[in-house]
Structures are given as C-alpha cells and as structure tokens.
Design a protein around this ligand. Structure first.
Ligand code: SF4
Length: 199
C-alpha cells in the first residue's frame, strides 16, 4: 500500500506523457494514407477552381505567384476558422487500392500548390490532401518536398529554354503514365536493364 501511495505522482504524469507522444506523432508524419472522407472539421472553404453558385471573389480565379512564376487552380483550399492555417485539396479520378504512395505527378502538383498558395495567401500550408476514389493521402509540406519541386521547376524551365531534357524514367515514376509502352522511347531503359541483369 505504501509503495502504491509513493507511486501516485507517477500516475499523475501518465496523461501528460501520453499527450506528449500523441503530439509528437502528429508532428512527425510526412505522408499518411487514410480512408477517403469529406471536408475538414473547423475549416471553411475559401477557394474552389470553379465559380459555381458561390459569390466568393477568389472562386474560379487563376492563382499566380510572382515569386516562383507559377500559376494554377487548386481544386479546393480550406482555411481554419480559428487561426489562418490553410490546406489545399486535389481531387483525383483514379483509385489507389493497395499502393502506399500517391502517383508521383499528383504529389508534385500538390507540392507546387504549396509554393503557389504560400506566395498568394501569405500562409505556408502545413500539409495538403490528395483525394482518390478509394483513399486519400495527407502530404506534409516539408523542406525536402519544397526543394524537390523547385528543382523540378528549374529543370522544366531549362528544358523549355534549351529544348533538351533528360527523362527521369523509373518503374516508380512511370507506372501510371499512358505513354509507357506506347510512344515513350525512354521506357525501354529500365526494360533493357532488366534483360541485361537476367543475362
Ligand atoms: S513513360 Fe516516358 S513519358 Fe511516361 S513518365 Fe516515364 S519517361 Fe515520362
């Protein structure tokens, strides 16, 4: 009994420790796959790529970032009712099934919106959401993904300027491409490597 009484102070700290680990878990994720669901609790819609019946001035507007010289129309942008946190959402027509990662092009599109939105709205989105028919992914706006998208944009501009480019052909990045096995000459590369290995 005496021992339990002495340990009282430990039990009183347990809820705080649990809360700390829950908070830590919430801070540490980079990508999470979830069952598809609609909307965000405590957020309001501040932008949609279509005008629809809404009268909000930004709805349907093409967003332009002078800083990065990029433009686009995210499907939806939500903002927290209390505070100014912003979340871009892209709706995709395909399914994900057992894949644990979103399509690379969709991921890059969302990452480009991170830069665009930060410049236009003056708020850096903490994360964005890709919604497929069956699942959705929350993707964190990390330093690494922002660096990756800036590098991709620079490569694309260089390609447009010089007319020369190098295809980043791999099983992962080409898996959903409609040009794979049809008109794309680069897709042969991983195939040949595979054959050579087999020999
Ligand atoms: S198959 Fe060709 S066009 Fe498609 S993503 Fe791969 S390299 Fe690009």
């Amino acid at each position: 009994m005496l021992l339990l009484k002495d340990m009282d102070w430990i039990f009183s700290y347990v809820p705080f420790v649990l809360l700390f680990f829950l908070w830590l878990k919430e801070q540490c994720w980079i990508l999470r796959k979830r069952k598809k669901r609609q909307g965000f609790l405590g957020y309001k819609l501040i932008y949609a790529d279509q005008k629809g019946n809404k009268r909000e001035k930004d709805f349907g507007k093409l967003l332009y970032s002078k800083k990065y010289d990029i433009q686009g129309k995210p499907d939806y942008i939500f903002q927290k009712r209390l505070g100014n946190a912003i979340i871009p959402v892209e709706i995709k027509s395909g399914s994900i099934k057992d894949d644990n990662f979103p399509h690379p092009g969709d991921r890059m599109q969302l990452a480009t919106y991170f830069l665009l939105i930060e410049d236009v709205y003056g708020v850096r989105p903490k994360y964005g959401r890709l919604v497929y028919k069956d699942y959705m992914f929350d993707i964190r706006n990390t330093i690494a993904i922002r660096r990756e998208v800036r590098r991709t944009l620079a490569n694309m501009r260089k390609m447009l300027y010089t007319g020369e480019g190098k295809a980043n052909c791999s099983v992962a990045s080409c898996r959903y491409c409609v040009c794979k096995g049809t008109v794309c000459p680069y897709w042969q590369v991983p195939k040949q490597r595979k054959v050579k290995k087999a020999e």
